[in-house]
Each structure stands twice: as structure tokens, then as C-alpha cells.
Design a protein around this ligand. Structure first.
Ligand code: 3EB
Length: 326
């Protein structure tokens, strides 16, 4: 981390990698993602979100957060075992619904109502209980919480990723703010919130990307992007094909974002990436395919499960631009 940043300007962070022997002293909300890094020399990376001005800490119904005047970063972790298996809802569905309802109550209380970006991690994402895959259980809980809190579940929804880890609680980090997002969809893909029922009883609630225009900067958050065309997974079992298709989808989202942005031209080389790879042995191939298009961009490779059983790779990205300097 950059030791020059004063703590009051740090909104929060992500600690991603093997569980470090000496975890950083937490002075801000931090999402811990225990997953192997690929091709990285250290045991873990500590990423920070820096605010433009001073921020202050808070706690609300188990959510740790920090906020500035305009922006809030929060983290909530819930143990599924804390929920009972009575009724029709799985414990994961209940935990997910509870987490999102708490997030929406926090954002209302803080008067920063607009959810920009959400990072969801859960154990055993492709496992099945009571005949339903756990990712699909998660989608029911998420969708129903949006509905219960009178939020649109289509159109004006945040960018997101939902990733599987070997173990751990349901962990959700989010960035929200005073400013509404401008959703960005991908013309090559059916919007996730319109996926047909064959992918589960409730569709995933996320935008392909969101643009956030602040007075002095413009942010682009690109959701987890995979080898999906229309609503179907393509290039089954083919890591090269899936990587190429995911990149084509990132480029399509970028073109759409540039069409919608009034201030910025985003480029592949100007984004910071996280690449999730299901099988560690695919890492060299993926790295080699991405090195030319991504250029000097920061790329972190992580071994983790993707939400559809047949997806081998998923790419997400972020850019923060100060208009005029790009
Ligand atoms: C997809 O396009 C791949 O459920 O939050 C990507 C990003 C995916 C976010 C989510 C799922 C999510 O459907 C999977």
C-alpha cells in the first residue's frame, strides 16, 4: 500500500490472497478474500479505495463502513449457520436477503442511496442443496431484497461480481454514493436481469457496468465479464475461446461506456483488472492471451470459482478518470 495516503482519506480496502501471517491492522472496513493469487510474488494484496476528501467511520447492523461527503464503502460478512433451515428458504438465501436489506437500510439512513458496485463472495458457489445450486439460491435472496426495499431489480442496478471460494462466510463489499449511476449494458449479451428461467428462478441483479460522473472525476465499474453471448455460455471446455470471448465482451462494454460518457474515453490499457480463473493450470494461457490487449494495465489473477459451472474465466475492471488528464 501507499504509505503516503492519510488514513482519513481511506474509505476501505480488500485483502485478497492467502490469509496473511500478519494481517494489516484494520483502521477501515476491509473485505478479506481468501483465494490463491496466480503469478504474484507475495502472499496477499491489500487494495485501497481512497476518497477525494476526509472520511469518517461507522457501524450499522453489522456493516462496517467509512464515508466521505459523497461516497460510502462498506463490508458485511454473515455466517450462514446463523440462519435456520426452517421454511422454504435456504440459509444462504436468507443470509443474502438479510445482508442486502441491511445495506439498503444503511444507505437510506446515510442519505447515500445509490449503490454503485458490489463484490459478493460465497463458499461452494456451484454446490447444490435441496435441488438448487447455491448461486441460484443467492440470486433469489438478492433479487427479493431489491424488491422488498422497493428498488428496481432491472435497469438501474449496480455493477457486481459473485465469486465462489472454498470456504468462509457470505462476504459482501459495496460502494455507494449520492450520485445515481448510469448503467451500461452489453449489446452482445442479454441483460443479466433478463436471463431466462433456465439459469434459475430469479435472475441476477446487476448491470454489465456502471458509469458514475462526479464533479471532478468519472468512474467506470465493469462487472464480472465472462464467455457469454446472448444468455448462453460459449466455448465449453475451451479456455482460449472463453478468454477471447470475455475480452470481446469487455471491449463491447467499453465501447458502450464511451458512447454514453460525456467526458472520458476509456481504453483497455487504462483499466485495472481482476481476472478469476477456475483452474490454476489455465493461468499461463490466460496471462499470455491478455498481456498484449491489456498492455501496462494492472492485472491481478485469482484462482476462484465462477458462478456458472461451465465458465472457466471471468474478468472485471475499474477505471477512475480525472476528465482532461486522460
Ligand atoms: C454473467 O455474465 C457471468 O451474479 O453478481 C458476472 C457478474 C456474473 C456478476 C452476479 C454474475 C454476477 O452472468 C456471471
Amino acid at each position: 500500500m501507499d504509505a503516503e495516503v492519510p488514513v482519513r482519506e481511506i474509505l476501505g480496502g480488500t485483502l485478497i490472497g492467502c490469509r496473511p501471517s500478519a494481517p494489516p491492522a484494520e483502521c477501515w472496513p476491509m473485505q478479506t478474500v481468501v483465494a490463491p493469487l496466480l503469478g504474484y510474488p507475495g502472499e496477499a494484496v491489500h487494495e485501497l479505495w481512497i476518497s477525494a476528501g476526509d472520511s469518517h467511520p461507522g457501524e450499522f447492523e453489522g456493516i462496517a463502513f467509512r464515508r466521505s461527503r459523497e461516497v460510502l464503502f462498506g463490508v458485511i460478512e454473515l455466517e450462514e449457520q446463523a440462519f435456520s433451515t426452517t421454511g422454504r428458504e435456504s440459509t444462504l438465501q436468507q443470509a443474502t436477503g438479510e445482508a442486502y436489506r441491511r445495506i439498503f437500510r444503511l444507505l437510506a439512513a446515510q442519505e447515500l442511496p445509490h449503490l454503485w458496485r458490489v463484490w459478493n463472495y460465497l463458499a461452494d458457489i456451484n454446490g447444490e442443496t435441496n435441488g438448487l445450486e447455491r448461486y441460484r439460491q443467492f440470486n433469489i435472496g438478492r433479487h427479493d431484497a431489491f424488491a422488498a426495499c422497493a428498488r428496481a431489480a432491472t435497469g438501474d442496478v449496480p455493477a457486481a461480481c459473485t465469486i465462489g471460494l472454498p470456504q468462509g462466510p457470505l462476504s459482501i463489499a459495496f460502494i455507494a454514493g449520492r450520485t445515481p449511476v448510469q448503467p451500461v449494458e452489453n449489446p452482445r449479451q442479454v441483460s443479466a436481469y433478463h436471463y431466462p428461467m433456465e439459469y434459475g428462478p430469479r435472475s441476477p441483479t446487476f448491470s454489465r457496468a456502471v458509469l458514475v460522473t462526479l464533479p471532478e472525476r468519472e468512474c467506470l465499474f465493469i462487472s464480472g465479464t465472462a464467455s457469454i453471448v446472448g444468455h448462453r455460455t460459449v466455448h465449453l471446455g475451451d479456455i482460449c475461446g472463453q478468454t477471447r470471448e470475455a475480452l470481446a465482451n469487455i471491449e463491447a462494454v467499453l465501447a458502450e461506456a464511451n458512447r454514453l460518457s460525456r467526458h472520458t474515453t476509456f481504453t483497455l490499457g487504462g483499466l485495472a483488472y481482476r481476472v478469476y480463473i477456475r483452474h490454476a493450470e489455465d493461468f499461463p494461457v490466460v496471462r499470455d492471451m491478455l498481456s498484449a490487449p491489456m498492455g501496462a494495465a494492472a492485472v491481478l489473477f485469482v484462482q476462484a470459482d465462477i458462478c456458472r459451472q461451465d465458465l472457466l474465466v471471468e474478468i472485471e475492471a475499474v477505471a477512475v478518470n480525472v476528465p482532461g488528464s486522460a
